[in-house]
Design a protein around this ligand. Structure first.
Ligand code: SF4
Ligand code: SF4
Length: 89
């Protein structure tokens, strides 16, 4: 199954706790390319992309990401990249 880059890099089988998910999302979206336009958030069918109310940054709850790739496809900044999860072909 495909998931976004965050899931492939860091998510163990048990999933991430809230803090781990936030830190991972920051890494994926925090390299200066995400403009926090929220387009991905509006189009995510799982509603797992949100804006952090305190920081204003976009974050992804990987526990609910199904790997559809819509967010990566619509992002005008190319801030999200889809990769295969470890252990899948
Ligand atoms: S749009 Fe799809 S790939 Fe992106 S976060 Fe939502 S469920 Fe995951
Ligand atoms: S669509 Fe791209 S630039 Fe816009 S909030 Fe999502 S990741 Fe950031």
């Amino acid at each position: 199954m495909k998931k976004n880059q965050l899931q492939n890099e860091d998510a163990p089988e048990k999933g991430l706790d809230e803090q781990e998910a936030l830190e991972t999302a920051r890494r994926c979206l925090g390299e200066g390319t995400c403009s926090a336009c929220e387009l991905c958030s509006f189009l995510c069918p799982e509603l797992c992309i949100t804006r952090n109310a305190e920081t204003g940054r976009i974050q992804i709850d990987l526990d609910y990401c199904k790997g559809c790739g819509i967010c990566a496809a619509v992002c005008p900044k190319g801030a999200i990249r889809m990769v295969l999860e470890e252990g899948t072909k």
